[in-house]
Design a binder for this molecule. Structure first.
Ligand code: ZN
Length: 418
């Protein structure tokens, strides 16, 4: 008997269309990942016909997105292959990593060169609009600094990508009940910054931004990737097998600091629940335990991870013991996440990573002991390899991705050089 399948509405056709900027977007994104590339290499990597690759490369050259690179020395007979690369001055990314206290901002060109950077203390505990006004002024200052040393007479395309210390609502793109910066809940950060900067603004959770940077550094063999931050709080960013940030239905995916752990007991967390891993294993909790043991100097100018790192450098065994206890609690949560998500790589990011191996060793031992064998078969658990610049690198990657989307790409214009 002949039957009919139910109506299958899954979008099996990938996004994209016949407009030239769609195919050009795909080619430009490949060049962003591959660096200086010949047309023949693009044909091999994309599977597109040579005529189509050639047309897209010409379109991107004409619109000032690409530049002809130096010809590579050729081995053997024939002419050297002409290569193309992204044109650095075609577009700039305002890459920003906001923290509850310090904020770092940089202007990064399309090829990843940091043209200017600065670090300031924004008044984040006051009205968000005031802090955003200061951030806008800081970015305008950096923009003017870069413009004064540029040979280009036309303005580059610009986007801003902000790593923010809260989950971001998937629907409104506003901060979602931040425990660190409660006054920012639901604030229209994107709208206000777009008005100040006059360019598209992306707001993304800081842990997710760091996870994207790790994935960008380690490549597709590291995917899916789980990046776990142990600092003022405990948070995570998840990059799926396709290299996209996993945000969940509302944007709260990765909010792992509020998963209870068995040693959490009745400890009250800032979120109102009891026994959350953040309340007992983050840096403030470790310092509180050390303070109770009488080995924290309250007169010290250091605070947070810097203070804890200082105590660890002095090799006080009690400080090491406290880190090991926290590592076990974090490991318990990471193990549960590995069972649920089966990542290929777990990256631990912490201000303690340069002074102690105990945090990593503790997490690793619990993860390997408590996670199902199939989930640990190919699993690598390691410290982040580029911790200080992760936020800026991730924001740049997200900004570059946005610039090379078809909607943005069609706004590029051939540059005029003075
Ligand atoms: Zn909590």
């Amino acid at each position: 008997m002949v039957s009919t399948l139910p109506d299958l509405r899954w979008p099996v056709v990938p996004d994209g269309g016949v407009a030239p900027e769609h195919a050009a977007s795909s080619i430009a994104t490949r060049i962003a990942c591959m660096g200086s590339t010949s047309k023949a290499e693009l044909v091999r990597a994309s599977g597109m016909p040579r005529s189509s690759v050639s047309a897209q490369v010409d379109w991107l050259l004409h619109h000032g997105v690409l530049a002809r690179a130096q010809q590579r020395p050729h081995v053997g007979r024939g002419r050297p292959a002409e290569t193309v690369e992204l044109r650095g001055d075609a577009a700039h990314v305002y890459a920003v990593e906001m923290g509850a206290t310090a904020t770092t901002a940089a202007i990064v060109d399309l090829r990843g060169r940091v043209l200017a950077r600065s670090r300031i203390y924004l008044p984040t505990s006051g009205p968000p609009s005031l802090a955003l006004e200061r951030l806008g002024a800081m970015l305008h200052g950096l923009r003017d600094e870069v413009a004064s040393s540029s040979a280009r007479s036309s303005e580059p395309r610009r986007v801003a990508a902000i790593a923010f210390p809260a989950r971001i609502d998937s629907r409104t793109h506003a901060p979602l009940r931040p425990t660190v910066l409660p006054s920012w809940d639901g604030h229209d950060v994107v709208g206000e910054l777009e008005a100040v900067l006059g360019c598209p603004v992306l707001l993304e959770n800081d842990c997710a931004v760091r996870a994207i940077a790790e994935a960008g550094l380690l490549g597709p063999d590291s995917l899916p990737l789980l990046s776990v931050q142990v600092g003022t709080g405990v948070g995570a960013g998840i990059v799926d097998g396709a290299g996209e940030i996993y945000r969940g239905a509302n944007g709260s995916a990765g909010d792992v600091g509020h998963i209870p752990c068995s040693a959490g007991g009745e400890t009250l967390c800032a979120c109102g629940s009891r026994g959350c891993v953040e309340a007992v294993a983050a840096v403030p909790a470790m310092l509180a335990r050390l303070r109770a043991l009488g080995i924290v100097d309250d007169e010290s100018e250091l605070e947070g991870s810097d203070l804890l790192a200082h105590l660890l450098r002095q090799q006080d065994p009690r400080a090491t013991q406290v880190v090991r206890e926290s590592a076990e609690m974090v490991g318990e949560v990471v193990s549960a996440l590995c069972n649920a998500l089966n990542p290929r790589r777990v990256v631990i990011t912490s201000g303690l990573s340069s002074v102690t191996h105990d945090l990593l060793a503790g997490v690793r031992s619990v993860v390997y002991a408590r996670t199902r064998a199939l989930a640990t078969k190919d699993l690598v658990v390691d410290y982040s390899s580029m911790a200080p610049d992760l936020g800026i690198a991730g924001a740049y990657l997200l900004g570059r991705r946005l610039l090379l989307q078809p909607e943005q790409l069609k706004r590029f214009r051939a540059p005029a050089v003075r």
